[in-house]
Design a protein around this ligand. Structure first.
Ligand code: SAM
Length: 274
């Protein structure tokens, strides 16, 4: 395996936090990351967002038939193209220079990525609807909110919307010292295993809008949250929705409402609002 420190020297970079560049230099963390993919994962075509100097890319090439890396920094994309010239020639690696929020995504079967934290949420919600297993490095606080259960302080919009697409688990906390330069906050690795949600929604968009709306008022009862956020949820007749949803749900606070109850509320909203 390529040595992460030697890659930094060869690339002649230090990592620019302004450009979300914190390179993983801990070999043990790097070696473990691909192994967090679920056993059932198809490793035919693994996508890596933010290749950096290629330390993780190298480990992914070891387990995958094909790897595609998307890297925004033109200098790093050029370095990756030179460093992995043999793998590119052999057809096992493709380097795409571009913004992972804008370039078309390849038809990947799984993704393992140490994400740029400035856009980690946007990237996660670009990948999750693709319904592929993901192993992603996030800021620890974000990772814990993503995997949180109802009734906990961390549970919120992020937990419900991520859980709509997949089972979400925090699989490893990662200290700052594992990166160069070290980020300001601790990190954690999240595994998402795609599955159908254990409930039905009339339409994904209405469900997401409703969840977003009521969590802007998480200290209020659901009754007041539904009434106060129609500009976000798009609900036209809030009183009719509150009435139809019933006292038990409407007297709770959003932080104690499980995803299936939000789904039921979305179904009621779709029916009552027409
Ligand atoms: C946290 S570093 C990880 C680098 C490398 N994979 C590693 O583990 O050492 C994130 C990488 O994403 C790149 N990056 C930042 N924003 C990006 C974006 N919007 N699209 C693609 N790459 C991006 C940065 O240049 C940097 O190389």
């Amino acid at each position: 395996m390529r040595d992460p420190d030697a890659l930094l020297v060869r690339a002649g970079v230090r990592g620019d936090p302004e450009r979300d560049q914190h390179f993983l230099i801990d070999d043990r963390v790097l070696d473990r990351l691909p192994g967090y993919l679920p056993d059932s994962a198809d490793t035919d075509h693994v996508l890596e967002i933010g290749g950096g100097t290629g330390a993780l890319t190298d480990r992914l090439l070891d387990v995958a038939d094909r790897v595609t890396v998307i890297e925004r920094d033109p200098g790093l994309a050029t370095f990756l193209t030179d460093e992995f010239a043999d793998e590119i020639e052999a057809g096992s690696l493709t380097v795409i220079e571009g913004d992972a929020l804008e370039v078309p995504l390849p038809d990947f079967t799984a993704s393992v990525s140490n994400l740029p934290y400035g856009v980690s949420s946007e990237i996660a919600f670009r990948l999750l609807p693709e319904k592929r297993p993901l192993v992603l490095m996030f800021q620890q606080e974000f990772a814990e909110r993503m995997a949180a259960e109802p009734g906990t302080d961390e549970y919120g919009r992020l937990s419900v919307t991520a859980g709509h697409y997949a089972d979400v688990e925090v699989v490893e906390p990662v200290p700052k010292e594992a990166f160069s330069p070290p980020p300001a906050v601790e990190s954690a690795v999240v595994r998402t295993t795609p599955r159908e949600p254990p409930y039905e929604v009339p339409d994904d968009e209405l469900f997401m809008r409703l969840v977003r709306a009521v969590f802007t008022q998480r200290r209020k009862t659901m009754r007041n949250a539904v009434r106060n956020t129609t500009h976000i949820s798009g609900i036209e007749d809030a009183e009719a929705v509150v009435e139809a949803a019933g006292e038990d749900l409407m007297s709770k606070r959003a932080g104690n409402v499980p995803p299936e109850a939000f789904a039921r509320l979305a179904a009621i909203a779709a029916e009552v609002d027409g």
